[in-house]
Design a protein around this ligand. Sequence first.
Ligand SMILES: C[S@@+](CC[C@H](N)C(=O)[O-])C[C@H]1O[C@@H](n2cnc3c(N)ncnc32)[C@H](O)[C@@H]1O
Length: 217
Amino acid sequence: MPETTERWDSVYDDDTAPWVIGRPQPAIAELERAGAFTGRVLDIGCGAGEHTILLTERGHDVLGVDFSPRAIDVARGNAESKGVPEARFAVADALALGTDPHFTGAYDTVLDSALFHIWGTEPEVRARYVRSLHGVLRPGGVLRLLALSDAEPGFGPRIGAEIVRGAFADGWRLVSLEPARYLGRITPMVADNVAGLAVSPAGLVEAAAWVAEIRRS
Ligand SMILES: C[S@@+](CC[C@H](N)C(=O)[O-])C[C@H]1O[C@@H](n2cnc3c(N)ncnc32)[C@H](O)[C@@H]1O
């Protein structure tokens, strides 16, 4: 999995990102239908922008941010082509949002779809990210997390429930943590890791994930 902005940019340039599936994750669409997104919403690590586009279409006040300028280009083009040009995007580093005056305490809901799990083996960076999230949310605000799970074979960086519980032990309340599914596309980046996963006729695979509601104290 890429670590630097340039490496993340490159997967958008060569269109090898397995998470770019041309539509929102069904788990996020279901959360939206259930009323999980309220107030000002920040979609962190928005990638190709599918969730920001969905939430904008549904009338939410949402901003999608990603530290890859190429991801943001792709997201803007995606929003245009889906007829939602008003969807808002910006380049920003998730690790630094909590101390940026534009973001501090400004959000009621944060969406993290498939970002948190990339720091599965880097506890210090994960802790920095969690501090940044704490800074972004107003007290009582909610993080909606969708992360790949290690409960089954799958693709990408996968984490156990204990990583989520440990990361949000202080300054947060874990309201719920449930098994979910994450849809991915088979690209050279993950082709070696998808053996045994059922592939849909559209070339998509479904992997185990966690969906969590985590409230900032
Ligand atoms: C696995 S993708 C998920 C994209 C999207 N949320 C989805 O579910 O389709 C992770 C995204 O996080 C972005 N990212 C990685 N590190 C980041 C950071 N420090 N700050 C902001 N975005 C970051 C990457 O550029 C990439 O677009």
